[in-house]
Design a protein around this ligand. Structure first.
Ligand SMILES: *[C@@H]1O[C@H](CO)[C@@H](O)[C@H](O)[C@H]1NC(C)=O
Ligand SMILES: *[C@@H]1O[C@H](CO)[C@@H](O)[C@H](O)[C@H]1NC(C)=O
Ligand SMILES: *[C@@H]1O[C@H](CO)[C@@H](O)[C@H](O)[C@H]1NC(C)=O
Length: 231
């Protein structure tokens, strides 16, 4: 007997699956001449060529501060290759499709479970994972990492990661429900020299919280663009 939640999530995944399978090639199309359309000028501009573009589905994590507001303490997301959708009509709408799937999924469903529904497409469409690690230079704090070394052509490649630090951020042009657009520069790893988060969908915490309340995770989707890879 298949759980209802599984059926619901499979049904909800279908638009995403259709978009993915509609791509001419499943993965790995050449992006060296591609650019981020309408990149806000407040973000640092890329200085190297584009290597990867992904749609991410995941959660932003927050903890409640003593001031009664939420502070970001990291994120976890799965990245899917959308390089072959660049220049197609699906490219612009894919963040809406992704958040639609994610928002409508049962609350108990984790990113990992929804991602496993996309497993028939997992290789090579799954590029990798995004999560936070201590700053590799200082050992302190938390910095975002993108790691592709578990999938596809980078499987087992220990250099296929980047840990980065924020260069600039701006409020999402789409509204206060969506997390900031961000430019980041590499601290370690060969996967990219610059990383951008754009086309964000949701991910913002509630405006206030009761100090002492548990940490929360908020679902989001976004595009990630990785420039200047040398893997
Ligand atoms: C996108 O299409 C334009 C116009 O046809 C073309 O010049 C460009 O090379 C294409 N870019 C990619 C990355 O396919
Ligand atoms: C964020 O939350 C996820 C659960 O969605 C968890 O797996 C992950 O370890 C958390 N990461 C951080 C840095 O808090
Ligand atoms: C990247 O992911 C692989 C597989 O999970 C892991 O073994 C490796 O330590 C990660 N690399 C970094 C720098 O985090």
């Amino acid at each position: 007997m298949v759980a209802i939640s599984t059926l619901v999530s499979v049904a909800l995944s279908l638009p995403l699956v259709m978009v993915f399978s509609g791509a001419v090639k499943p993965s790995g199309c050449d992006l060296s001449k591609a650019q981020i359309a309408n990149l806000p000028s407040a973000l640092t501009q890329p200085t190297t060529s584009l290597s990867f573009v992904a749609i991410a589905i995941g959660t932003q994590n927050y903890t409640c501060s003593s001031a009664g507001t939420y502070t970001n303490i990291g994120a976890v997301a799965e990245l899917f290759d959308i390089s072959c959708l660049y220049n197609t009509s699906s490219f612009g709408v894919i963040p809406d499709l992704a958040i639609g799937v994610w928002k409508a999924a049962p609350p108990s469903l984790t990113p990992q479970q929804i991602i496993s529904k996309l497993q028939p497409l997992s290789s090579p469409v799954v590029l990798g994972e995004h999560y936070y690690v201590p700053n590799p230079l200082t050992g302190q704090g938390l910095n975002p990492e993108w790691n592709f070394s578990s999938h596809g052509r980078f499987k087992g490649n220990a250099d296929a990661y980047v840990v980065a630090a924020k260069a600039n951020n701006i409020a999402a042009p789409t509204g206060s429900q969506d997390i900031d657009w961000v430019s980041l520069k590499s601290l370690a790893g060969k996967l990219a020299q610059q990383v951008y988060r754009t086309d964000t969908q949701l991910g913002q915490p509630p405006a206030s919280c009761t100090p002492g309340s548990p940490d929360i995770t908020i679902r989001y989707a976004s595009k990630y663009w990785l420039f200047g890879s040398s893997v």
